[in-house]
Design a protein around this ligand. Structure first.
Ligand code: EZ4
Ligand code: CO
Length: 405
């Protein structure tokens, strides 16, 4: 069974998605997600010009060899654009292998470790009151875990808070360039501790609470926040600080027992290695699309299991339903699965472009038993919604200094 054709679709059902479709010489097709938010066309060029020509005629069953060929075989390793291209090919080949075997991908990984995949929902608001009202709604809908983000008083926009603004990794409307947001650590610190104190008063102690710092704090500030949040027993504090220098997490870890999660921007197992083997984190948040596909996530997950680190894949709406499906199969298999981020099944256009039967109820996903990944691409609908240039925001401190978004 040889790879006969590989097509790349860039569609915009609300935001841009880069989707790869691999077709074999006997007509089996597989899908992969190659979306890098704000850098979509760079991945398209990587695929069209540099990756696809090398794959035509190769054995479509040789997933591991093709992964190694594209990673080890190439002098220029790693990087988000390169790894998203590898990831999309890898997902599509797992999809094909499942379809040929007549089995869902989780069966190829070794079968289910659990009945369904536990999710955490997002609650956000312009005020603490609004955030907690949204959280209560999620709990009533059956979610056992909720991420809380609330606007920071005195700042015009806060990460994670949509309100009536569309600044939160939404498609940036008609603005041609990245929007600029401001950040103040002292203003944030005051709000965030009040948010979690009030959350425990209103929601009780049984619901799992989470928070995404989105890399806005220095390590010592994160250490302090972790300590201040200890009484409220978070499931995890995400992206407390940037960990390009992985020693940053030693600073945080030695001061707090608040569990730590990081990894959504990581591209390889090497980005995770020191944090995992030094037990500096509790959850690894890699995404199949950005860290090299199912083959790579399986390897990272097994490595993490040696150090009590659990898999908690990124689940933002800029990962396509193809990536979501890949995560569902990994999550239901992984013996060391933690929790899956979940922001809903998306708008009507998205559900029209990507069709699947992964069922969400009571805060869990019941993984589809369709062969492969269980997602189909409606090509006509995809082609009717063409790419629109769009950027993530950038962030500055109030005095104008460039900061982490
Ligand atoms: O900001 O996916 O946990 N989720 C996140 C996301 C990221 C976006 C960036 O493209 O941090 O909201
Ligand atoms: Co995040």
């Amino acid at each position: 069974m040889k790879i006969d054709n590989i097509e790349v679709f860039v569609s915009c059902p609300g935001r841009n998605f880069v989707t790869v479709k691999v077709t074999t010489d006997d007509g089996v097709t597989g899908l992969g997600d190659a979306t890098v938010n704000g850098r979509e066309q760079a991945v398209v060029a990587m695929l069209q010009e540099h990756v696809i020509p090398c794959l035509i005629g190769r054995d479509a069953h040789g997933i591991e060899d093709i992964w190694q060929y594209l990673y080890r075989g190439v002098y220029w390793r790693k990087g988000p654009i390169n790894m998203a291209a590898i990831a999309a090919i890898d997902m599509a080949l797992w999809d094909i292998k499942g379809k040929v075997a007549g089995l869902p991908v989780y069966q190829l990984l070794g079968g289910k470790s659990r009945k369904a995949v536990g999710l955490y929902a997002h609650a956000n608001g312009e005020t603490i009151e609004q955030t907690l009202a949204n959280a209560e709604q999620h709990v009533r809908n059956g979610f056992g875990a909720v991420r809380l983000q609330s606007a920071v008083p005195g700042l015009d926009v806060t990460y994670g808070v949509l309100g009536d603004k569309k600044d939160y990794f939404e498609l940036q409307g008609n603005r041609p360039l990245p929007p600029e947001e401001s950040w103040s650590t002292p203003k944030y610190m005051e709000m965030i501790v009040e948010l979690f104190a009030e959350a425990r008063r209103r929601l009780g102690n049984q619901v799992q609470l989470l928070h995404d710092v989105h890399s806005r704090l220095t390590p010592i500030e994160s250490a302090r926040l972790g300590k201040l949040l200890e009484p409220y027993n978070l499931m995890f504090m995400e992206d407390a600080s940037i960990a390009e220098n992985q020693d940053n997490y030693k600073v945080i870890r030695q001061h707090t027992t608040t569990p730590l999660a990081i990894g959504e921007t990581y591209n390889t197992i090497w980005d995770c290695k020191d944090l995992i083997q030094n037990q500096l984190i509790d959850y690894i948040r890699v995404a199949a699309t950005h860290a090299g596909g199912i083959t790579a996530l399986r390897r990272i997950t097994d490595f993490a299991s040696l150090y009590n680190v659990k898999l908690a894949p990124h689940g933002a709406p800029d990962l396509s339903p193809v990536c979501f499906a890949a995560h569902m199969h990994l999550d239901v298999w992984a013996p060391n699965f933690g929790v899956q981020e979940f922001v809903g099944l998306g708008n009507e256009q998205l559900q029209q472009v990507f069709q699947h039967n992964h069922q969400v109820h009571d805060g869990m996903v019941h993984v589809s038993d369709a062969p492969g990944l269980g997602v189909e691409l409606n090509e006509e609908a995809a082609l009717a919604l063409p790419y629109k240039r769009s950027y993530l925001p950038v962030s500055r401190l109030e005095d104008g200094t460039m900061w982490n978004w």
